[in-house]
Ligand binder design. Structure first.
Ligand code: UD1
Length: 368
């Protein structure tokens, strides 16, 4: 009998993590796959473009939940996914990362006594003001199988009382996504389009509520970004949340009118990575970008008080900064080496293979 596996995706960072796993499992004889898209992200540039680029199929189920408060969005995914989970009773529900869709699908599945596997388990910022931290803690407490990207993930889970036999360190599937697309990334040259030269520009991405939702903080960040643009050209793909907040705060034109700024729409994966790989450095609050820059040795300044990915600091090219330290950190980067070689164990482009093997192995034993 073949096992039925649901892979749940909802928001932008899920798609590139789902893709390597999807392709690894779709070659397997032992399982049937269903892609469930919650619709947490729905704009073409936040969703469809990634499905196409990564050759993911049209989702078998599109829940179309859209935006809303945390409770509205989580509840909408739960109500919609419960119907599918009841009807299909998958052998495994694979949830990814730390977004509201991850939490919602986990709650539904566990209340139906279905097995949940969490990809990217064990990451902790130890900051419970972040919605993602709440999603991580609850998902990991409930999941049957926890796939961690790095050793700190294993340690966090054990400390929280997760039994070690549920934890498997598989490495980082984001690196698989990069390796899947490497040739296309290297072949794409976006620089002419923005009038920029290799390593003579910075990429800035910011979207965390803690950075963009408070107008005073946003103003201070805009001032900081404009300081960077005095030093070199800045390309800033703007997340929908950030665009809304910049418009509401009356700040968008201060950025868009600066001649050294390129304020652009959110990019597809290949275009974004083509920019990042050629940038002098990156300023970000994204989790994935901290990992990608570590893999590539690109200096990364993370505009946050903490990170759930500490290995990108200890082993990689990441540094936590505040708006007060931004400009001096940029100057230090500009005076330092262009690239910093580093490597993290199991960030090798083969995580999806290990995950597929783990799921197969676990499918023949009863974890419940
Ligand atoms: C979500 C995740 C965050 C992840 C981020 C990546 C949670 C709690 N947060 O944050 O962890 O890093 O995705 O992008 O799950 N919007 C659009 N089009 C879209 C999606 C959103 O215009 O396709 C707008 C909506 O007006 C929405 C706002 O952006 O209100 C924020 O979207 P939401 O899904 O609530 O959270 P993100 O900030 O994207």
């Amino acid at each position: 009998m073949r096992s039925l596996v649901h892979i749940i995706v909802g928001a932008r960072p899920n798609f590139m993590k789902a893709a390597p796993l999807w392709h690894a499992l779709s070659a397997a004889e032992w399982c049937d796959l269903r892609l469930v898209h919650t619709g947490q992200h729905y704009s073409p540039e936040m969703s469809d473009v990634f499905l196409e680029e990564f050759r993911l199929p049209k989702p078998h189920y599109s829940l179309g939940v859209g935006s809303g408060s945390h409770a509205e969005q989580t509840a909408a995914v739960m109500v919609a996914y419960e119907k599918i989970a009841v009807a299909e009773r998958p052998d495994w529900v694979v949830v990814i990362g730390d977004v509201n869709s991850t939490l919602a699908a986990t709650l539904v599945a566990k209340k139906l006594n279905l097995r949940v596997a969490h990809l990217e388990a064990g990451l902790r910022s130890f900051d419970r003001t972040m919605p993602e931290e709440i999603n991580r803690i609850v998902t990991d407490a409930l999941a049957d199988l926890l796939w961690t990207p790095s050793v700190d993930g294993d340690e966090n889970l054990v400390r929280e009382g997760v039994s070690p036999e549920r934890i498997e360190r598989v490495g980082n599937v984001m690196i698989d996504a990069f390796e899947m697309m490497r040739l296309r990334i290297e072949a794409s040259n976006p620089l002419e389009k923005y009038g920029i030269a290799d390593r003579k520009f910075a990429v800035v991405t910011l979207h965390r509520p803690s950075n963009v939702d408070d107008p005073a903080r946003l103003l201070s960040l805009v001032d900081g970004i404009l300081e960077i643009s005095k030093r070199l050209l800045v390309v800033m793909p703007v997340h929908p949340r950030t665009r809304q907040r910049l418009i509401t705060a009356g700040l968008i034109e201060r950025l868009s009118l600066d001649r050294n700024m390129r304020l652009i729409e959110p990019l597809a994966y290949v275009d974004f990575m083509a920019l990042v790989t050629r940038a002098r450095f990156v300023v970000t609050d994204s989790g994935g970008v901290q990992e990608e820059t570590t893999y590539l040795g690109i200096p990364c300044l993370t505009m946050r008080d903490n990170t759930e990915r500490p290995i990108t600091i200890t082993e990689g090219s990441n540094l936590l900064i505040s708006d007060a330290s931004l400009v001096s950190a940029v100057d230090d980067v500009l005076n330092g080496p262009e690239r910093k070689a580093g490597s993290v164990d199991l960030w090798d482009g083969r995580a999806a293979e290990r995950i597929a093997a783990s799921l197969h192995r676990r499918s023949s034993c009863n974890l419940r």
